[in-house]
Design a binder for this molecule. Sequence first.
Ligand code: SAH
Ligand code: SF4
Ligand code: F3S
Length: 440
Amino acid sequence: MTAPKKLFIKTYGCQMNVYDSERMAEALGGQGYEQTATAEDADMILLNTCHIREKAAEKVYSELGRYKGLKADKPDLKIGVAGCVAQAEGQEIMRRQPMVDLVVGPQSYHRLPEMEARVSQGDKALDTDFPEEDKFERLKSRPKAARGPTAFLTVQEGCDKFCAFCVVPYTRGAEVSRPAARILDEARDLVERGVREITLLGQNVNAYHGAGPDGSDYTLARLIWDLDKVDGLERIRFTTSHPNDMTDDLIEAHGTCAKLMPYLHLPVQSGSDRILKRMNRSHTAESYLALIERIRAARPDILMSGDFIVGFPEETEADFQATLDLIEAVEYGYAYSFKYSARPGTPAAERAEVDAAEADDRLQRLQALITRQQRDIQQSMVGRTVNVLFEKPGRFEGQMVGKSDYLHAVHVTDATLSAGQIAPVRIVEAGANSLAGVLA
Ligand code: SAH
Ligand code: SF4
Ligand code: F3S
């Protein structure tokens, strides 16, 4: 038997990339690779990249630069680039960094073993196709190894929305939903391996419309109700949703499905109708607020999270103020905010940009408001009893950390606790990034 080759994967970007990296590691496991945590040990380095903002994309090249010395010391080392930069730039990556051996786009991961075989012969391999075959089916997880209590599960990929700023419809392609039966099989397998919470993933997850077990078109809500019946699965989450795809049955499920957690990430991007229109978002600030009202009527304690872009082309101070007003109205438990970054090939990239210093200033003001809301909501948890799924030991002796139903990080010091356990916890203190509690 030959010693296993070592694979180092570095993952950037969204949760979907995290899921994909796991699948790629499994696929290459069949080629005799086992994962290592350090690039220095590796026989193959794979960067799973993100193209969403310029900074994200440029990280890839600075990281590749750092591997130059490694490759000089170990000529057999193979270097691959996967993910959304691979899809967007393809051959250009090998031109800018000739030491790259392999470039693979997100829709071709099931072809990795065959690409690896070519690369190990000394050839280069490039695949950025959008093939017809079912990638997920061919990427089926092989090892039945035990795993932690939480997992991601991709149910939908790609996007047909074409927001004017966004690369995802180009890097991930058209919206595709996996059949429900396959998702349910994968969920049962995860549960057998110790998983208690599954987060369903999709760039547009609530647009899910895969075939149901009976062949009919499913909705995300119907899929969630089927998952609800899986014994041993205790918690269901999903991300990321688009406001226009929040169907009635999904809103209702938030009120009636006990396993569906009271947390919803629902990006709005801006509170100005003028900017939303230029973003091609197809909702207004008012329709978004009305939607949240309906969601909160179904599940009053739901914790809302969102995404914001500041400094989108032509955004005025008044437009920005409308965004702050919307944030005031919603009260977010979490929010992710970004300064607009022009992406090549997107419609907005052609437009006049907002002054960079002005955009920086707006981002700071927006983040200050969000931080205040986040803190207030965390503070309001003090004295309440919440369920926590414990995931791993904390920094201190006897401490365990986990997530509440609302996705707040919670730590408890109690030697009887173990990973995978769900227990009611009374919150006693709110810190900057986590809550402290005692078993109730
Ligand atoms: N599918 C999700 C989000 C995908 S990208 C949705 O529809 O909301 C994650 C976030 O990155 C977006 O919500 C947006 O806020 C941000 N983003 C996307 N493109 C961007 C760009 N060009 N510049 C700055 N932020 C961007
Ligand atoms: Fe990008 Fe989301 Fe808009 Fe799709 S809906 S184009 S993924 S921001
Ligand atoms: Fe980035 Fe691609 Fe995800 S661009 S955010 S890794 S879909």
